[in-house]
Design a binder for this molecule. Sequence first.
Ligand code: ADP
Ligand code: MG
Length: 531
Amino acid sequence: MPGTSDNLLNQILTGESKLLNLLMNSLPELMFIKGKDLSFVQVNRSYVKLAGLVDAFHAVGKKDSDFFKASDGQDASAVETKVIESGVPAFDVDQKVSNKAGETFCLSGHRLPIKNQQGEVIGILGLVHNVTSVKRMEQELRNVNVRLSHTLTQLKQTQQKVILHERLNALGEMASGVAHDFNNALMPILGYADVLISKPELLSKTDETIVMLKDIRIAAMDAAQAVRRLREFYRTSAEDENFKGNLNKQIETAVILTRPKWQSEMGAKGIRINVETNLQEIPFVNAKESQLREILINLMLNAVDAMPNGGTITINTMKDDDMVVLEVCDSGVGMAEEVRQKCLEPFFTTKGDEGTGLGLSMVYGFVKRRNGSINIDSAPGKGTKVSLVLPSGENEHVEQKAEMPVMVIPAMRVLVIDDESYARKLFGMYLKADNHSVEFAENGLEGLEKFSSGNFDLVITDRAMPDMSGDQVALAIREKKPGVSIIMVTGFGDIMNENKQCPKGVDVVVCKPVTHSDLQRSISQAVGRRA
Ligand code: ADP
Ligand code: MG
């Protein structure tokens, strides 16, 4: 019956319990009604609790500022005045306040204008959430996030250090190998030179002298090659995933690079280790060749360590769909199951102080970064097989650097600037043999003086010289005479050419040691550039 429910509603609204009071006090949110002067007409229980009042009556006629201090300038009274003046509600008003007890709260809520029957604003209704704990959690989350990213940065730095450390270790091993090869190469050079100096009469036997000189030349080329290998090894800093590497070729290099360890060092102890390779035709893999060498060297050194009584290392490559499979097998002591399961972990080693425990974890990181996989098959006494499956790069043709044909160069006037007298002498001999006329300078300043007072077609300058570097000399000469050809000679030529580094003004960079044909080729190239 409508009459009955109207009656009930009337009783509810006007009765002792008052519906509005009931509603207000049942809300977990703070709720209040303020007059036009922003003094309270009514507040609910949640407000009383937050403000630390005895009861709601204590609030009537008072203002927010009697109970709360706004912190950080987050005061809502300006917003409330605007709502009263404009009659437009304000939503999501943020406040930060502290009560008399010194507790601080973050509040967020709405202010709605209360209008009379004429539509005039007579007060304001506030409904406010206490969002203190949400804000605190947000802040904590933010702090945790900052700490996490900090930790992540530290982890990355540690990883870099680990990689560097492992590289240095392997480099140490290689350096001793290179020193060994280098000394071997020096032997015939020193020996023949001694013989020729102590027995000058041999020089009249041209045929014999030529044979000796040819051997000296081969030995010197080997020595240069040994140094170049070392350089190739440490040229690993910039990781670049866009490289295509020839795995089979790097296996051959790794076998040579580790030979001092598995052949010379073990051989000296009477231990025989054979290395066999079965390399099928495979596409390129997505890796820098220096990285491939590093992982191969690591796997090979592990295999050598596992064969204290000798044995065989077998390296296989094959193609499997668009993947390349590499297997490094040894007939060594093998691994117990718990070692096999842990061996990829960084710092896990069974070699005590001798081991770093980083070799396999580096290999693992390398494989994972390329979305490949690694599998280790091993059992005590049964040897070990480490298999890597690597995605192949497109089987693109790697452009072979075509050897520049040597042009017939007309006689030129050449200025050679080098602080080493043997280098000046050698270049002088090469150039005169090709009918060029040569002048020499021992340093950059002298070079510039001679260049200004003479008339030269070509300048050959060393790079590292005291007082004035080859780079500065080249630049100054280029400014004086743009048409002149400039060749730079340096011990770091390989690295510079690899990085496409050519100092300003220089036409061609050539690597020491320079053979006669190296020089001829560089001259053709340099002259070709300026033609
Ligand atoms: P390290 O060689 O410095 O110990 P690695 O990460 O290269 O570190 O290898 C971790 C461990 O895995 C080795 O200490 C060894 O116990 C085991 N291991 C690795 N390769 C072989 C292998 N070819 N044969 C037997 N055990 C191996
Ligand atoms: Mg190792």
